[in-house]
Design a protein around this ligand. Structure first.
Ligand code: GDP
Ligand code: GDP
Length: 439
């Protein structure tokens, strides 16, 4: 499981600029990621062979210019609760402020590794003033300039050096058993759903080696279902301090999403889809995880007619477009209506993620699809796709199309290929990769 690094600090110290600078290290090598939107708050970094995620906790604070102190304290607490390591950013051009002192005090009391980052050392004499930040009691300040990139390589070296060792517990987790997480805004009904699983079948949670108490995985193994629920402890043991702050539900989802194969996004039927749901969905997409929407509290909805359901489904798909090939289940954690359907569907999506289409069948169908509508000619040159195969051992279905001019195949055509693949085979709920390679 990848490590999570959180950037914290008061507004205007340069957190988002630093975030952009650090996450750029990876964009260069992932140009195949066409079509995925770049997140302003969450990204992956690869540095000296280590991959980790970075989250700018301040990025979710709305109107970050004049956030209250209490908001910043909460932001820092969420970071401590969720992250493996914390980058505390201060502004070298204006020295230690009261708010910096407060944040430092919270961080000193936590057991998480903290790296103190003094940003904006490009400005004036500020590089010579950073010694002042020793007074925060968090060790050596790292002088950087997020704008120019100065010092950020050393900073990443330090991030990697301070990275905690991977939890040994997690090495017992079996790769071939599906991992499912339940994410969504506070009060959507996540813990009720988990509880209803438990009540329904008292024995469903079995004591199996590898599901230790601290692990974020709980193994379920009963009645034909064998899977891990991810982060159930976190769902059931609520953190009162932060639970009321909606936007932190996004940060709280990161670990669970990264550790899962399939994510159940739980929506409150009486509220519909809101901005936080879309942010959580974007995390799921960025991590290329399986996706199922659970519209919970269906018992509270009066109009359950076919038209109403159709309307509901269309509205949901519109919010997550262009990805539309995913299941939507209308359920009630309270009355337990369709809760097993929810599990069944999640496990089906896991199967779809592992589906391998035999090469001959793939070529028979896809070469016909391609000849019916070939890639458009570009400046008089024709792209000829010769054959297609699936990559084995990939975490998600990955199709490789061999052709003469791979770089000329643009996004709309890839989408056409993807749609045709989805029409012909069942990849419901899972993203797929489409790569063009030269042959
Ligand atoms: P945030 O509120 O902490 O996310 O801060 P931002 O990243 O939005 O930056 C706040 C302001 O500081 C912007 O005007 C940035 O251009 C500026 N800034 C950020 N990093 C640097 C830096 O390394 N040097 C200088 N001189 N300015 C910076
Ligand atoms: P969480 O914050 O996402 O874990 O949400 P909870 O499971 O704590 O549920 C929030 C509130 O919604 C609680 O009062 C639940 O009793 C209620 N609730 C959860 N699921 C349902 C449901 O399917 N129907 C109804 N009517 N209420 C529900």
């Amino acid at each position: 499981m990848s490590q999570l690094i959180a950037i914290v600090g008061r507004p205007n110290v340069g957190k988002s600029t630093l975030f952009n600078r650090l996450t750029q290290t990876r964009t260069a090598i992932t140009n195949d990621e066409a079509g995925t939107t770049r997140d302003r708050q969450y990204g992956k970094v690869e540095w000296v062979g280590k991959e980790f995620s970075i989250v700018d906790t301040g990025g979710w604070v709305i109107g970050s210019e004049d956030v209250f102190e209490s908001e910043i304290n909460k932001q820092v607490q969420v970071a401590i609760e969720q992250a493996d390591e914390i980058l505390f950013v201060v502004d070298a051009t204006n020295g230690v402020t009261d708010l910096d002192d407060q944040v430092a005090e919270i961080l000193r009391r936590s057991s998480k590794p903290v790296i103190l980052v003094a940003n904006k050392v490009d400005a004036g004499e500020s590089l010579y003033n950073i010694a002042e930040f020793y007074s925060l009691g968090l060790g050596d300040p790292y002088g950087v300039s997020a704008v120019s990139g100065y010092g950020t390589g050393d900073l990443l070296d330090e991030v990697v050096a301070k990275m905690p060792e991977k939890d040994n517990d997690e090495s017992d987790i079996l790769d071939d058993i599906p991992k499912i997480c339940i994410v969504g805004r506070p009060n959507a009904g996540k813990s009720s759903l988990v509880n209803s699983f438990m009540e329904q079948e008292r024995h469903i949670v079995t004591d199996i080696a590898g599901t230790t108490r601290d692990s974020i995985y709980t193994r379920y193994n009963k009645f034909g279902f064998d899977f891990y629920l991810v982060d159930t402890a976190g769902i059931r043991k609520k953190n009162k301090v932060n639970e009321d702050i909606e936007y932190y539900s996004v940060i709280r989802s990161i670990r669970a999403i990264e550790a899962s194969d399939v994510c159940l996004l739980m929506i409150d039927a009486t509220r519909g889809i809101e901005a936080q749901d879309v942010s959580i969905f974007s995390l799921i997409q960025r991590n290329k995880k399986g996706f199922v929407v659970v519209v919970n509290k269906w018992d509270l909805v009066e109009d359950k007619s076919k038209e109403a359901i159709k309307h509901y489904e269309e509205a949901i798909r519109a919010r997550f477009a262009p990805f539309i090939d995913f299941p939507i289940i209308f359920a009630s954690a309270l009355t337990k209506q369709r809760i097993f359907k929810v599990l069944e569907t999640a496990l089906d999506v896991c199967k779809n993620r592992q589906r391998i289409i035999p090469t001959s069948q793939l070529n028979t169908v896809m070469l016909e699809v391609i000849s019916a509508y070939p890639p458009p000619a570009n400046k008089g040159k024709f792209v000829r796709i010769k054959y297609v195969t699936m990559l084995k051992g990939s975490p998600i279905p990955t199709f490789i199309f061999f052709c003469n001019l791979p770089q000329w195949v643009k996004e709309p055509y890839r989408r056409y290929l993807e749609n045709k693949i989805r029409e012909n085979w069942d990849f419901h709920g899972t993203p797929i990769n489409i790569f063009m390679r030269e042959k």
